[in-house]
Design a protein around this ligand. Structure first.
Ligand code: GAL
Length: 351
């Protein structure tokens, strides 16, 4: 009997020690592998977390909300202490996040805010409004919109996915700066479509953006001309817009100015080829490092670093956020920004 007791005690002790040394498990839920940026986000998160000795459960949900819910449920069942979630539909995860909260799991909204829930603890992202401002400032400078030279320019407007809280920030950041020029007539929108809802592309799809650009050309450019500029919130849309213009026979030397965001490889190739004018670089290494720091502080029971406690209201609470800085990228600085920094190899960009 004594022997048995000793054995049980020894076993309990071993298990205790083992669990004290077992790595904390962190779940990382990414929306899709279709867009290069999310693949990169997932890889960087995994790398950073593993370097900090966490065990990582990384999933991609094929842009399917039910899959993302199942992935998160799996992470909760598997004992994750922290969930890092880049949502597909920011408002659709309330129930599963409530379960996480009940289980005492910390939830960090990654890049996109989780809406309508009190079960999100922190938000780590890039300054989304500033992304739009950077795009608009580029357009203002490129066309010298403040010049009193009697020139006018034809513009079309695209917006991101309406189920992604970021999309409205991008739109507002850009349109707050550009609307005065539309009102003064300096910028003309031949299709007449400028409202967020009319310009939005659900799911950020390249093909859907291409189809909408086809429609705009058929509707408002019947003389075979092309717009001078197209405001695109990100690279997946910019790609569709460029594909449409190319298919419609738009000559490269008069290709419209097209904005973007994410510095996806295919889009950087388009910038090099003159089929896109700029992008916004959101270094996923910076965001990943920031999130891992938040996880570290939280698990050590210390105050989690944030730099914005007023902007991101998800309808239930203002979520304490850390905003990283988005950076302007174009043909003139991409080498330094993307290649010299080791983000891409020259081969990645077809160089
Ligand atoms: C946004 C994100 C952008 C872009 C877009 C499409 O939420 O902030 O960087 O990638 O989704 O996935």
């Amino acid at each position: 009997m004594k022997k048995l007791l000793a054995l049980v005690l020894a076993l309990t002790l071993c298990l205790g020690i083992a669990s004290a040394f077992a790595a904390d498990k962190v779940g990382v839920s990414m929306p899709t592998q279709d867009l290069q940026r999310w693949v990169q986000d997932g890889e960087n998160m995994q790398k950073e977390l593993e370097a900090n000795e966490y065990e990582v459960m990384l999933t991609y949900s094929a842009n399917n909300v039910a899959t993302q819910v199942a992935d998160l449920e799996n992470m909760i069942t598997n004992g994750c202490k922290v969930l890092v979630v880049a949502s597909i539909d920011g408002g659709a995860l309330g129930d599963v996040l409530a379960k996480a909260k009940e289980a005492g799991i910390m939830v960090i909204a990654y890049d996109r805010l989780l809406m309508g829930t009190d079960a999100v603890d922190y938000y780590a992202t890039f300054d989304n409004y500033k992304v739009g401002t950077i795009q608009a400032n580029f357009i203002k400078e490129k066309f010298d919109l403040d010049a009193d030279d009697g020139k006018t320019y034809r513009m079309e407007v695209f917006a991101g996915s309406p189920d992604d809280n970021n999309a409205l920030y991008f739109y507002n950041g850009a349109m707050d700066a550009l609307k005065p020029y539309i009102e003064s007539g300096k910028l003309v929108v031949p299709s007449g479509e400028t409202e967020f809802n009319t310009c939005a592309i659900l799911g950020w799809g390249t093909d859907d953006a291409q189809a909408r650009m086809d429609n705009l050309l058929a509707k408002a450019y019947t003389d075979g001309s092309f717009p001078d500029l197209v405001l695109s919130p990100n690279d997946s849309l910019a790609m569709g817009i460029a594909n449409s213009l190319e298919a419609a026979g738009c000559p490269l030397d008069s290709f419209p100015v097209i904005t973007g965001q994410d510095c996806d490889k295919a889009n950087m190739k388009n910038i090099i080829a003159g089929k896109q004018s700029m992008s916004v670089f959101k270094d996923t290494r910076t965001l990943a490092a920031q999130v891992v720091e938040m996880v570290n502080y939280y698990l050590l029971g210390e105050e989690v670093p944030v730099n914005d406690t007023t902007t991101y209201d998800n309808g239930v609470k203002v979520v304490p956020s850390f905003l990283c800085d988005p950076v302007f990228a174009d043909i003139n600085n991409y080498t330094e920004l993307l290649i010299d920094s080791g983000y891409y190899t020259p081969e990645d960009l077809g160089l």
